[in-house]
Write a protein that binds this ligand. Sequence first.
Ligand SMILES: Nc1nc2c(ncn2[C@@H]2O[C@H](COP(=O)(O)OP(=O)(O)OP(=O)(O)O)[C@@H](O)[C@H]2O)c(=O)[nH]1
Ligand SMILES: [Mg+2]
Ligand SMILES: [Zn+2]
Length: 357
Amino acid sequence: MSIIQWGWDGYFEAVWSDSDRESTMPARVVAQHRGCWRVAGDFGERMAEAAGKLRLAAEEGADWPTVGDWAAVELDTANSPALIREVLPRRSAFVRKTPGKKIAEQVLAANVDTVLLVSALDGDFNPRRVERYLAQCWESGAKPVVVLNKADTCRDAREKAAEMEKVALGAEVCVVSAKTGQGLRELEPLLRPGKTLAMLGSSGVGKSTLANRLLGDARQEVREVRESDSRGRHTTTARQLFVLPGGALLMDTPGLRELQLWDAEEGMAQAFADIDELAEQCRFSDCRHEGEPGCAVRAALDAGVLDPARLENRRKLQREQEFLRRKMDPEARAEYNQRVKQLMRGVREMYRHKKRD
Ligand SMILES: Nc1nc2c(ncn2[C@@H]2O[C@H](COP(=O)(O)OP(=O)(O)OP(=O)(O)O)[C@@H](O)[C@H]2O)c(=O)[nH]1
Ligand SMILES: [Mg+2]
Ligand SMILES: [Zn+2]
């Protein structure tokens, strides 16, 4: 397979040719294991290690290579592992706060075009969780699609989809069954050659079953969920990128126990745009929607247009964000934001420039 088939395009070509990367080749990180990676390029596929300099930088807080990344790799002899010298700037990145007390981000998937937020139409169904995922997804730069799986087990799938559509503003909601194949045609427009999709969701929702179905081959292990609460058993343990028969690239990921938001200011604004729009119509610009006169949010709640659980969830996520920002080193945060902005501006300009040429 060529790098083009792995999703290399004009954007990455522009990034690549902007600096001197002599003696390295572009390769995509297609799998991640403990301390090593699998990369794919025009040379084929190889295991890979991080070069010393990259490792040092990562130990000081820079990002480790992650699945979906494009990297500059060096190939020595025919059989030795490739050396990852550099990770190219990401076009999109789905991140979360590292689980536990540590204040750090973790990149779950890089350079993804579409994130399939998979949940199941059994005991797993939870619009509040999807709202959380959507905020982080809008922030990532990838397009979210909500996939409601296990339609074959559910008699009110249509009603549940309608309920989800009300909270998944701007995102498509698909009802599917990975088991029977129902509804999978809705995903077809997303499965274009060279486009990258990543499935994210809790354990047991059927991500690997869906991967197998789309691959037309039982490549991923799947295991039944606990009957009492529909919970999965964390069957998939590594992230991996697969090539679908039609040429699209699909990432299967281990089920997430939790998704603590990382800094997702814009993503939050996008995910809850309806509430912000209402708030603009409140009489007081600093309305807290707690009984003030002329409150449009309160009016929407009373009219049954806005679900109080959605408003409460947004407040909860906002508190989480404020807590995180207080804990984040302010200097580091400012520096990070600046770096991202500059990077994005630089890349955009370069891309425009290259296109003109
Ligand atoms: N009835 C029904 N069962 C399904 C469907 N999709 C998946 N399952 C079942 O759900 C269970 C969990 O599926 P997996 O594919 O292992 O789930 P996963 O999301 O990959 O889970 P992790 O790897 O643990 O994150 C298995 O028993 C599957 O057979 C579906 O559409 N309908
Ligand atoms: Mg799995
Ligand atoms: Zn108000």
